[in-house]
Design a protein around this ligand. Structure first.
Ligand code: UFG
Length: 334
């Protein structure tokens, strides 16, 4: 039997796809989630897709005793840490909640890991840590910064994990900086299903496609980009999940701290994504150009050399495959 991996936030969008990948690859999986932005049904979908079972704890990372109990009851070899609040706008309105939940939650997890001698962690960071002043493509050794509390929590947790390693060189830490995850599992059983009106582009377009929202509002067409709309590095969530498996293998075999970009290295504009989605769902979707959204940058895409060099990993899916798989999930679940 392979190692036992604790997945925090394993019922969420990226966590659930990574849990599938782990189970398919023969790892033992323990999931902890408080369902703050996910649904219990996802757990059964993971079982259905993989034909495999796993242990689940409904628990909040803020509860140190509850988290310690998971380590008491299971011999956890490594942790993949997704759990956290992730809405940029909401973080500006509720900074204390974001700092408490994301940072204190991570500290509790690290405390429980230390107490149980578990020193291997893959952390869900974000391209948001490149801030607004670095030129594209973003390279891992660029200075990090943030423009909102959500982004600061990612910058700070990266720093906390670096300091943990400085204090004890037995640790192995992978800081994965995701670009824009979209798409869904091929089965159409799991995907991105946020509560309320979506903030992110893909679920928003999905709601327009199924008629729950009247039109897409395109935030700005006067950026210095080929068509004037914002450019992002969209990556299929299954590619992202396979990147986590590579990072996990790396932390199981090596010590140290490595920040690694998980992106495709290619940029697509808002209109590229919209038109690709229109092909997937077979209809034209209404949109209107609106003013820029506060805090958005023109262009964001990854330099992917380090992931190739360190993990031997690269993203495989095209934009059209991402929107097709996204639509396959949305049409059955929204
Ligand atoms: N956009 C629209 N209309 C919408 C939603 C988005 O035009 O209704 C545009 C945005 O302006 C941007 C692009 O679509 O140009 C992507 O926006 P998203 O909100 O989907 O994603 P962001 O790039 O803003 O944010 C994502 C993650 C954050 C992360 C950030 C930086 O959601 O968690 O990438 O990596 F911090």
């Amino acid at each position: 039997m392979k190692e036992t991996i604790l997945v925090t936030g394993g019922a969420g969008f990226i966590g659930s796809h990574t849990a599938v990948e782990l189970l398919d690859s023969g790892y033992s999986v323990v999931i902890v989630d408080n369902f703050s932005n996910s649904k219990p049904e996802v757990l059964d979908k993971i079982r259905q897709i993989t034909g495999k079972d796993f242990k689940f704890y409904e628990e909040d990372l803020l509860n140190l005793d509850g988290i310690s109990k998971i380590f008491d009851e299971n011999k956890i070899d490594a942790v993949i840490h997704f759990a956290g609040l992730k809405a940029v706008g909401e973080s500006v309105e509720k900074p204390v909640e974001y700092y408490h939940n994301n940072i204190t939650g991570s500290l509790m997890l690290i405390k429980a890991m230390k107490k149980h001698g578990c020193k291997k962690i893959v952390f869900s960071s974000s391209a948001t840590v490149y801030g607004v002043n670095n030129p594209v493509p973003f390279v891992e050794d660029m200075p990090t910064s943030a423009t909102n509390p959500y982004g600061y929590t990612k910058v700070m947790i990266e720093q906390i994990l670096r300091d943990v390693y400085v204090s004890d060189n037995e640790w192995s830490v992978s800081l994965l900086r995701y670009f824009n995850p979209i798409g869904a599992h091929k089965s159409g059983l799991i995907g991105e299903d946020p509560n309320g009106i979506p903030n992110n582009l893909l679920p928003y377009i999905g709601k327009v496609a199924v008629g729950q929202l009247p039109q897409l509002n395109v935030f700005g067409d006067d950026y210095d980009t080929p068509d004037g709309t914002g450019v992002r590095d969209y990556i299929h969530v299954c590619d992202l999940a396979s990147g986590h498996l590579c990072a996990l293998k790396y932390v199981l075999e090596n010590k140290g701290v490595e920040a690694v970009n998980l992106g495709t290295g290619k940029g697509s504009s808002v209109l590229d994504v919209l038109h690709s989605f229109e092909k997937a769902c077979g209809k034209e979707l209404p949109y209107e150009i609106k003013p820029r959204r506060a805090g958005d940058i023109a262009t964001c895409y990854a330099n992917t050399d380090k992931a190739k060099r360190l993990f031997g990993w690269e993203a495989k899916h095209s934009l059209d495959e991402m929107t097709a798989d996204g639509w396959n999930f949305i049409k059955n679940n929204f």
